[in-house]
Write a protein that binds this ligand. Structure first.
Ligand SMILES: [Zn+2]
Length: 433
């Protein structure tokens, strides 16, 4: 018996993880594990946190439940709240196995559209609430995971947040792969994001007409923003409390949390959209906003920096001036592929591993076209700004396996003591007596 009069609110959140047209022939439908899936009469499969009614065969349903449990452990750790209530799901492989009337009509409609839906019921009294979710999803790999994120959030917090956050985080759950910080979305999502005019942060966060279940393209933008904020260390520490604040009804906002770093976040967001692909590491490619840059002295004292193979653009610490000539040298070796030989800053024959640079304008927050540097030489700056450096390799292939660092030195051309070419410099062991 309830002591208080609870008000009952039914909230329907429709979700199309992959739009109807995209589902066939894209993403998980082609994976080997779904090719010859046996189906059975619907029955209930239970695990620690899930009660799943499904027509998937034993092996597939067990695999799915195991995957869901792993994801739930991850997200409940992320949000700092263990799951307290069983998550009830209907996961449908083939509607022919389901007798008429055995599925809720909203759930049925969504499954017919090869999508998913989470129905919520919430009883509130003051700040207390009781919330219950039921998930309906097609039995692909991603949709049950996406919907399970909504169900966890709603049952735990009584709230899933604004559309951009709710759907962005549910997509992260869908694309999550154990022990991987890399982008793991289907390739067509990344291709779409790279190929079209970017949606602004403001459009995603404050888009007045943004609704759940609108289009897979809008889901892609929400995912991209959440992925960047959750994985890039420049923003991730504020993103978790922002999300918790949203879910627990505190007075917080995207602008309030990130307003002071609006320029940085806009730049890194655009950068992410330009370079995103399966394998991209937003954590390793985060921008270094803290390093101090300086103008090299006319006395020829070099500006020195260390550049790692395991990263995106990194500071040279040197501010350069358009049309000014500079001498540079980069000593040391690195490798940009596991098992490949160490190379100098000149890189391998195919250009991989070569030291490359670009100019970042810290007034406009724009980055210029990359250019090659290598191990030693004289170079003329194409623009004013901060010189940034990296090891040439595809952006989606930067990972922990990359090893080695270079020591980079730059000075005004001809000033002070000349640099020694690191490729011909005699090492101490071979020095003549
Ligand atoms: Zn959703």
């Amino acid at each position: 018996m309830l002591r208080f009069a609870f008000c009952v609110i039914a909230v329907l959140s429709t979700v199309v993880g992959v739009s109807e047209n995209e589902a066939a022939g894209q993403g998980t439908e082609n994976s080997a594990s779904t090719k010859s899936r046996a189906t059975v009469s619907p029955r209930t499969v239970r695990s620690r946190n899930f009660s799943m009614r499904t027509d998937l065969g034993d092996a597939d349903s067990e695999e799915l439940v195991e995957q869901l449990e792993k994801m739930l452990a991850l997200i409940s750790r992320y949000w700092g709240r263990p799951n307290q209530q069983t998550i009830e799901m209907f996961v449908v492989k083939d509607l022919k196995n389901w007798p008429a009337g055995s599925l809720d009509p909203d759930g049925l409609r969504s499954i017919e559209a090869k999508a998913g839906v989470t129905k919520h019921v919430k009883q509130t009294q003051g700040t207390r609430f009781r919330a219950k979710s039921v998930v309906f999803a097609v039995a692909d790999r991603g949709t049950p995971q996406h919907e399970a994120v909504h169900a966890y959030c709603f049952q735990t917090f009584g709230e899933t947040g604004p559309v951009w956050y709710s759907e962005g985080m549910a997509e992260m759950g869908q694309y999550w792969v154990e022990n991987s910080a890399a982008v793991n979305c289907p390739p067509y999502i990344a291709e779409y994001i790279r190929s079209v005019e970017p949606k602004s942060l403001n459009e995603i966060v404050n888009g007045g007409r943004e609704v759940t279940g609108d289009s897979w393209q809008n889901y892609a933008w929400r995912w991209a923003l959440c992925h960047l904020l959750a994985t890039n260390p420049n923003y991730s520490q504020r993103f978790r409390p922002l999300g918790l604040g949203i879910l627990t009804g505190q007075r917080t906002s995207f602008e309030g949390v990130y307003g002071s770093m609006a320029k940085e976040i806009s730049f890194e967001y655009r950068f992410f959209l330009d370079h995103v692909g399966v394998g991209f590491r937003a954590d390793l490619c985060a921008w270094d906003w803290k390093s101090k840059y300086r103008i090299p002295r006319s006395t020829g004292t070099p500006v020195v920096a260390s550049v790692s193979a395991r990263g995106g653009w990194q500071p040279s610490r040197c501010v350069v001036k358009k049309d000014q000539e500079y001498d540079f040298m980069a000593s040391g070796e690195w490798q940009s592929e596991e098992g490949s030989p160490l190379v100098s800053a000149d890189g391998a024959d195919d250009g991989r591993g070569k030291l490359v640079g670009a100019i970042f304008n810290d007034d406009t927050y724009a980055i210029g076209k990359p250019f090659e540097l290598g191990a030693f030489g004289t170079w003329t700056a194409p623009a004013d700004g901060q010189l940034v450096l990296r090891c040439q390799q595809p952006w989606t292939e930067i990972n922990e396996e990359d090893a080695g660092k270079l020591s980079f030195r730059i000075k005004i051309a001809g000033a002070g003591k000349a640099f020694e070419d690191p490729r011909t410099a005699t090492s101490p062991e071979t020095k003549k007596p």
